[in-house]
Design a protein around this ligand. Structure first.
Ligand SMILES: [Zn+2]
Length: 272
């Protein structure tokens, strides 16, 4: 590990490595290391999504697609302009897997399995808000950056391109798509907790009752007595996250009430 990189990793100083600004701030104000160009993350997010669409069955159920698109549109409408302006593609996968994900570049995948656990609009909005939260906070980039530094990879603009196989593999793992590259790299508890709070704020601003996030995790806890679903196998304990979400209601409920008074009343109808 070169000295400048070590300094960036340890102190996250506003430092320039190979022409890249290494230090950034998440929506919650936390400092993070971010070495991969956003364009690289987005290109690989879009590329990975295309690959997943080839491999997973895509739902042709119009009601399910309409419902998930309605939730996504309500959430996307409240994103910062940079993210709102993207062409978000939303796909429902016809699989029992209890999972959902969002990728840089504006891609969202929701599996039928999680729609059975998140059985109300404000619960599925909480799931999708959480996944979008990972994207807004650049968690994938941070994980890749930490991985590159830990491996002592010489960080330069020429290495960090979408065409570089090593970068590609690291980015896929960082995006939580480790299964595709044979590297399991779970989101850290810190990232999960941060995505929970960003997601709760986002759903509230879109006019979804944030209590739905708490109910979601109660349903998850009741459901996961046996094999933990993929969506939460790497997440903090249910009790820890339910408590943190309940605490954050004092911030999110006023946002929700304000949104409702401004006419944010998404009418997304679950499929039968
Ligand atoms: Zn997560």
């Amino acid at each position: 590990m070169s000295t400048p990189v070590r300094i960036a990793f340890l102190s996250c100083a506003a430092l320039v490595i190979g022409g890249l600004v290494a230090c950034a701030t998440t929506p919650t104000g936390r400092k993070q290391l971010r070495l991969v160009p956003a364009s690289t993350m987005e290109a690989l997010g879009v590329q990975s999504f295309e690959q997943i669409k080839q491999e997973e069955p895509i739902s042709q159920d119009p009601a399910a697609n309409r419902y998930v698109r309605c939730l996504a549109d309500a959430l996307i409408a409240e994103l910062p302009a940079k993210w709102r302006r993207k062409q978000w593609e939303v796909v429902v996968f016809d699989s029992d897997t209890v999972n959902a994900f969002a990728l840089p570049g504006g891609r969202i995948g929701v599996y039928r399995g999680i729609m059975e656990v998140a059985d109300a609009p404000e619960q599925l909005a909480a799931v999708m808000g959480h996944e979008i939260g990972h994207v807004l906070a650049n968690h994938g980039n941070e994980r890749v950056s930490q991985g590159l530094v830990a491996q002592g990879v010489m960080v330069s603009a020429s290495v960090l391109t979408a065409g570089n196989p090593r970068t590609q593999q690291a980015v896929l793992a960082g995006l939580g798509l480790g299964a595709q590259v044979g590297v399991l790299l779970p989101f850290s508890r810190k990232h999960e907790s941060e995505a929970d709070l960003i997601g709760m704020d986002l759903m509230a601003e879109a006019g979804f009752d944030p209590h739905g996030a708490v109910q979601l995790w109660r349903n998850m806890a009741a459901r996961s007595k046996g094999q933990p679903p993929q969506f939460l196998s790497t997440h903090p304990s249910h009790q820890t996250r339910i408590q943190a979400l309940q605490k954050h209601l004092s911030v999110a409920v006023p946002k929700y009430e304000s949104a409702r008074s401004r006419g944010r009343r998404p009418a997304c109808v679950p499929p039968r």
